[in-house]
Design a protein around this ligand. Structure first.
Ligand code: NAD
Length: 463
């Protein structure tokens, strides 16, 4: 064991002792920590904006909407509901148990590990932390090394606001992640790629540690040409806003590709071009109001997707790259080959393929021929199509007539299915993700039913 690993083990032991001492269990401790986290976010808002700008070139309005605002909302919701969530729930028991009381008691899991991703480096680190603290756990949080300013901000502020005997931030990349995964945890909450998700799951299997995997994938958008012109305007605004206005497409629930009827594609593209110009200007080398690509590796990965000559030939808008500023112009591709990487892998960037179908009714079959998405979107008023989308496809969530905003809707569970992950969080679901619902059955000493005991023969005839 090297020095670094030794340090991780010592710190983890301290957290385990804190948890065993009962420090994190009281409602007072949980609320104090959540209020401290709220102060951290509010008092450091300016620093958060600066760090997000440094790591991703995110505008502060986008940063408020998707990171600070989301967290403030989530913290207030949790603080207002915590007593209710912590309360035991009485259950109605079948008569055969009479007289008895049945309850479900939520208890914390213990010491939990949160590994988070770089694209929403503040909210994706702190939102699960809210659930873990609310549920009364001790926590180790490892932010992503690919957003170093945000990671440093969390590492520097969390210990001065929160209880450092129970909440710890460990910075680092894959090797630190690996060291952490070598330890025994009571829960691992992972946000990231399916590739690393598999590593997390096999490490967790060694200790039978429960995991939540918040993964990614390709999120399709079905666009029904039967919308009225004014509805289509709204749909296009929401699609363009949801693609390029969410971290430049570097979003797990961002729009990955569109499915439309072939005869409708040209007019949709024209509408989208106009909206792109309005939202992001018309300087291909310096698109406005867009985050930049996180790093050189991802910039090269995305530009590589366009290098295939057949894919390049399918570009109908954009395609300009600015390596110095690490930006890519909003780019639309019409019917790139379905076996090209752009259609087989999650894009996670500002490139948008439009796939045309003979009939919009074929869209569900198209979705079903690929791994289950984290989010599925459909712009339509047709109730038969809506029914088919719900009944015939499987995805983490379905949103009709909008994109991405389901993330902010705390009363709905957020999570994937199949290759987009499993487990869910947000609001009460976050509390549940970090709790064990302990079944408690309390009997009295009255009313003995003798046939339950041997010798069985004595009661043979009664049955
Ligand atoms: P990633 O899997 O590369 O990294 C995620 C985290 O795991 C980081 O903290 C990283 O340091 C750590 N890590 C990397 N390799 C590791 C290893 N070998 N052992 C232990 N830890 C390791 O993912 P990313 O690039 O940060 O994020 C992009 C992916 O995350 C996309 O697929 C995206 O769709 C997905 N994502 C999902 C959600 C969601 O809520 N479902 C949100 C954001 C991103």
């Amino acid at each position: 064991m090297n020095d670094e690993e030794h340090q991780v083990v010592i710190s983890l032991e301290k957290l385990k002792q804190s948890f065993r001492s009962g420090r994190t269990r009281s409602s007072d401790w949980r609320k104090t920590q959540l209020r401290a986290l709220l102060r951290l976010v509010q008092e450091n808002e300016g620093f958060i904006f600066r760090a997000l700008d440094e790591d991703l070139g995110k505008d502060h309005v986008e940063a408020y909407r998707d990171e600070v605002g989301i967290l403030v909302k989530s913290l207030n919701l949790t603080l207002s509901n915590l007593d209710q969530w912590m309360a035991t729930t009485k259950t109605r028991l079948p008569l055969v148990f009479f007289p008895a009381v049945g309850e479900v008691l939520p208890e914390p899991l213990g010491v939990v590990l949160i590994l988070s991703s770089w694209n929403y480096p503040i909210s994706l680190a702190l939102d699960p932390l809210i659930g873990a603290i609310a549920a009364g756990n001790a926590v180790v949080l490892k932010p992503s090394e690919l957003a170093p300013a945000c990671s440093a901000l969390l590492a520097n502020t969390i210990p001065s606001y929160m209880d450092d005997k129970a909440v710890m931030v460990v910075e680092g990349g894959a090797s630190v992640g690996k060291q952490l995964l070598d330890q025994k945890w009571d829960k691992i909450f992972f946000t990231g790629s399916p590739r690393v998700g598999r590593i997390v799951m096999s490490a967790a299997a060694k200790h039978l540690t429960p995991v939540t995997l918040e993964l990614g994938g390709k999120c399709p958008v079905i666009v029904d040409s039967r919308l009225s012109p004014s509805q289509m305007q709204v749909a296009v605004k929401r699609i363009v806003g949801g693609k390029w206005g969410f971290c430049s497409g570097q979003a797990c629930i961002g729009v990955d590709y569109l499915l439309v009827e072939d005869k409708f594609a040209p007019s949709l593209i024209e509408l989208m071009k106009k909206t792109i110009k309005k939202f992001h200007g018309d300087n291909p080398k310096e698109p406005k109001n867009m985050a930049r690509i996180v790093n050189k590796h991802h910039f090269e990965r995305l530009s590589g997707l366009l290098q295939d000559p057949v894919v390049a030939a399918s570009i109908v808008h954009g395609g300009s790259l600015n390596e110095e500023k690490m930006t890519i112009e909003p780019t639309i591709l019409l019917d790139p080959p379905l076996d090209a990487e752009i259609m087989t892998e999650e894009i996670f960037g500002p490139l948008l393929p439009i796939i045309t179908l003979k009939s919009i009714d074929d869209s569900t079959q198209f979705v079903n021929s690929r791994p289950k998405p984290l989010a599925l979107y459909a712009f339509t008023n047709d109730s038969a199509l809506k029914k088919r989308v719900l009944a015939e496809t499987s995805s983490g969530s379905v949103t009709f007539n909008d994109v991405a905003i389901q993330f902010a809707c705390d009363v709905l569970p957020f999570g994937g299915v199949g290759q987009s992950g499993f487990g869910k969080y947000h609001g009460k679901y976050s509390f549940d993700a970090f709790s064990h619902g302990k079944a408690v059955l309390s009997r009295t000493f009255y009313l003995e039913i003798e046939p339950r005991y041997p010798p069985w023969n004595a009661f043979k005839l009664a049955f």
